[in-house]
Design a protein around this ligand. Sequence first.
Ligand SMILES: NC(=O)c1ccc[n+]([C@@H]2O[C@H](COP(=O)([O-])OP(=O)(O)OC[C@H]3O[C@@H](n4cnc5c(N)ncnc54)[C@H](O)[C@@H]3O)[C@@H](O)[C@H]2O)c1
Length: 351
Amino acid sequence: MEPVRLGIVGCGVIATAAHLPDATKSASFKVEAVADVDVARAKSVAAQFSVPNAYGTADELFSNPGIEAVILALPTGVRTPVVLSALRHGKHVLIEKPIATSVPDVQQIMAAAGDRVVGCLSCRYTFTDSAQRAADYIAAGNLGNLRVVRVRAMISAKDAPTKPPPPWRQSMRQNGGGILVNWGCYDLDFLMYMTGWKLRPRVVLAQWWPIAEKLKARVAPGSDADSHFLATVRCDDGIVLSFERAEFCATVDDEQWVVIGTDASLRVRMIPGKDKVITVDETDAAKGAVSRTLWTGDEEHAMNRRALEDFAQAIRGNRAPRTDLSRALTMQKLTDAIYGSAKSGRAVELA
Ligand SMILES: NC(=O)c1ccc[n+]([C@@H]2O[C@H](COP(=O)([O-])OP(=O)(O)OC[C@H]3O[C@@H](n4cnc5c(N)ncnc54)[C@H](O)[C@@H]3O)[C@@H](O)[C@H]2O)c1
């Protein structure tokens, strides 16, 4: 495959910890340029990863005709105009998660996308071996009719941080939300992927809470978004999505991703790890529910690299990437409905 000539906008944590190491080592990419509003950072990152060009604005990078595709690794609150500019310049675009801060933003991106490949990195955690195995098991009909699709991922408050937390992380304006968009977008993409993108959310009832006053050192001053949310989502066919996540909260760590059907249920962790297990609880007319290990294995943290490979192959194969804009829109509609329901105190209906 001819390498995709790539540019990366935003030279912060995720670009330097994941995208640049993965793309510069991959035969599927040739990294031509990086850009950051902090041009000194762009130059030093370019030198560190032997990237030939460094720019102080995204538009300078987009004006480089040698670049076919870009990864946009900058905070969500400032990203949509940058996505639209990349598309105006004819680039394929891989967008960091969450896709945007609202449904109208995603719709604007969709209207501008044309024939370009546009994907969202909320799909990262679907690129594990266990996610694939779970999806195959569910697609084969082993669970019967789906009833409940659940994530409950509670991360307890740990020691107060020694470095200032990023200002965008729990900010409605800068990030479009808090833990719901930081990690909930991964949960949702993962559950949607495992259930074959067949869930059709219709009614949402939700609540969210900010970080508790005495734990506030863990978020940046002025943070105004969720540190904990809980949503019940009624989908078509009587399926209920039960969706709760929290960070910095007054509870022990407790994580479960579960799909329950009439005939069996499946339990798996989203996060890759050693000795990972998928457990299924299958029913037997005589014995009732019997648990067994469906799959076990060691998983490396290869999901970002695989998501980038999927993007390159989507470009060269002229196909949609794993989480394309229509899927991202479904997730954004649900996100907006969760915040809308929490604000109004009422159930929100989705078209
Ligand atoms: N930090 C993580 O572990 C992590 C993991 C996965 C995804 N993400 C996502 O990646 C995105 C960026 O996160 P991060 O942690 O790398 O943030 P960061 O603050 O470390 O880096 C963002 C970079 O973008 C630059 N930037 C801001 N506006 C810009 C603009 N208009 N043009 C060019 N550059 C601009 C900033 O100067 C900064 O260097 C967020 O959407 C986040 O949700 C972060």
